[in-house]
Design a protein around this ligand. Sequence first.
Ligand code: ZN
Length: 248
Amino acid sequence: MINSTQIIRHASLVTRHASPNIQNHNLMSLLDLFFPRICYGCKKPLYVHEYLLCDYCRFNLPVTNFHNTQNNEVEQIFYGRVYVEKATSFIFFKKHSSTQSLLHYLKYKGKSELAVYLGKIAGKELKLFYSDIDLIIPVPLHPKKLKLRGYNQSEMISKGLSRELQKPISTNNLIKKEHTETQTRKNKYSRYLNIKDKFDVINHIDIENKHVLIVDDVLTTGATLESCISELLKYNVKVSVFTLGFAK
Ligand SMILES: [Zn+2]
């Protein structure tokens, strides 16, 4: 039975005399033949030059372009609840669509590299919009949940954003102090009660007088973000919001 190590060894023998780029390309082609990589949007096999998303899905992401509109739909969600400087979501999240597939892979199927990649794509688009922020803070997971999932998807999205925006990330200052039940099957008010006062700032000196960008994966009712933001606002900070998906 042939395995991936044997294939890689064979491919490097075959391509030993080619230039490093051609070697990599040949190796990828051979690996794709035996272990086809799929697009996490449409699940079709990827071509050698494609990474995580096929060209079609990459260039047809259902972007919201909310950042081009003042008082956009994301900002409106927080009206009368908490004050945010500016807010946007990158793509529309629709059930039974390629965006649902993307979010599912990056959140539940361990594809943290997809979260980083999408964060980078968003960061490229939003460089100007978020040019005045000082610090990125991902919505934290409770340590129990983090252990279970292995990574925090919002932190991975933040990593990609951080690379493009050239702003630092803080992952250990805002913490989730209590494990809460999943929000997915709750209505708006129950979500609010379930998550209210569940976050703490550990070291307020590090955030005081700063403009913080809080990052989450998908925006639905905004209850989790509201809870994080009201905690941050206790310390004389300005808060803006980014979410990768916007649930319709
Ligand atoms: Zn695709």
